[in-house]
Design a protein. Structure first.
Length: 418
């Protein structure tokens, strides 16, 4: 067998201060530290170092005296921000006082009357920082922030100690109270409306005007904005009033300061952008209805008391009623067409369609002098027509409105204004 070569193991140098061999036969002095990690033996006269298992060198622990904890940084940062916020809360920018000669008295205000927006921001920041850093005074600072925000939204006047809401509804209105205006020569409804920045309709509705003519020296009620004036009745609510006049309930509440007490009977309020219904507009006259029972083709009749705007016909006559009835269905006629017998000619001259074909809503005309006129209410399948009319002597006479059915043959005799 061949000798197996031995692999020589590389040995790191040990911590040996001295390894010497004395050739004179004297004793070899070997000084070795036990902790050097090796033991030396002799093999065949040679000195061999055999490594030992060396324990791991302990890591040197770095001193923590020079490091700053992150929690400490956060606390000091929070305290610094809190200090800045507190300074900002208490700071007030110096204001230069100026004296101006004016007939209007100047009302002095103090810092307590007005809370700046910067105060709100500062106290909010302070509260957030105090809560984040878990300061003991965090609840107190939070309460201060809430109080500051409330004061910024509601300013307290020193004289009356009452709370005034900030203006949130059309700040262009100088006031929310109704004023009066004395009509001067040359004034018209349109010119007065333009002077106060409202519509002519608002002036008419507020002053119950049926025409555009104004009397010099008379007074007008002027609303601060477009809308209507309303006196609260028993059982009214903000919602019911708003629904009736097609307005925004929240706007009615805010504009009239109704958040706390609401509406009460007899209270006069302004309904912004409100719209009067037809039955409440100036000049509207409701018909007075009478009960009546009869045989034949007459079903009922009623009486009317006064004319609407533009009706220039004699009260209680057939032409007076025909004008009112056509206006009620949205198909007005002329104000100066003469007696009923001449309405067909006047209508043609005014551009209306006139023929012998009856239709619902058309004016039927019995030509002659003075003639007669009424309004077709419906056309039946057999050609007969149902009409309404006034001042027919056979069915009540003067100022009496009646309905009757006219046969198809008789209906063909009349002319119809469409």
């Amino acid at each position: 067998m061949y000798p197996v070569p031995c692999k020589r193991r590389e040995v790191r140098p040990s911590t040996v201060d001295a390894l010497e061999r004395n050739p004179s036969g004297r004793r070899t002095i070997i000084r070795n530290h036990i902790t050097s990690g090796s033991i030396h033996t002799t093999q065949g006269g040679a000195t061999v170092a055999r490594p030992l298992d060396v324990p791991a060198k302990p890591k040197t622990k770095r001193s923590s005296k020079g490091r700053i904890k992150s929690s400490t940084v956060a606390i000091y940062t929070g305290l610094f921000a809190l200090l800045i916020a507190v300074i900002a809360v208490g700071y007030r920018t110096p204001q230069e006082a100026s004296v101006t000669a004016s007939a209007t008295p100047v009302v002095a205000t103090t810092d307590e009357d007005e809370v700046a927006v910067n105060d709100v921001v500062a106290t909010d920041i302070a509260a957030s920082v105090a809560e984040a850093t878990e300061l003991a005074v965090a609840p107190n600072i939070a309460e201060r922030a809430v109080s500051t925000r409330i004061q910024s939204e509601y300013a307290t006047t020193a004289d009356t100690a009452t709370i005034a809401k900030p203006v949130i509804v059309e700040p262009t209105d100088a006031t929310r109270s109704i004023t009066t205006y004395t009509i001067e020569p040359g004034d018209t409804v349109d010119s007065v409306a333009a002077k106060f920045g409202i519509t002519a309709q608002t002036i008419k509705w507020a002053n119950d005007l049926t025409t555009d003519s104004l009397v010099v020296g008379n007074t007008l009620e002027i609303l601060p904005r477009d809308g209507i004036v309303y006196t609260v009745a028993d059982g009214d609510t903000v919602e019911s009033i708003s629904d009736k006049y097609k307005a925004d309930a929240s706007l009615v509440t805010t504009y009239n300061d109704l958040e706390i007490n609401g509406v009460s009977t007899g209270l006069k309020i302004i309904i912004p952008n409100g719209e009067l219904p037809e039955t409440e507009r100036p000049g509207y006259i409701a018909p007075v209805v009478y009960s009546y029972t009869s045989t034949g083709s007459v079903s009922s009749y009623s009486g009317w008391r006064a004319a609407s705007v533009g009706n220039r016909y004699a009260f209680g006559n057939c032409t007076w009623y025909a004008y009112e009835r056509r206006a009620a269905i949205g198909r007005p006629v002329g104000s100066f067409w003469g007696n009923g017998g001449s309405w067909a000619y006047s209508a043609m001259a005014s551009g209306f369609t006139v023929n012998n074909t009856p239709a619902a809503g058309a004016v039927f005309v019995e030509e002659g002098s003075p003639g007669h006129a009424g309004v077709v209410e419906s056309v039946n399948a057999d050609g007969s027509i149902v009409v309404s009319e006034m001042n027919n002597a056979a069915y009540g006479g003067f100022n009496i409105v009646n309905n009757r059915t006219i046969s198809a043959g008789q209906a063909a005799v009349y002319r119809y204004v469409h």
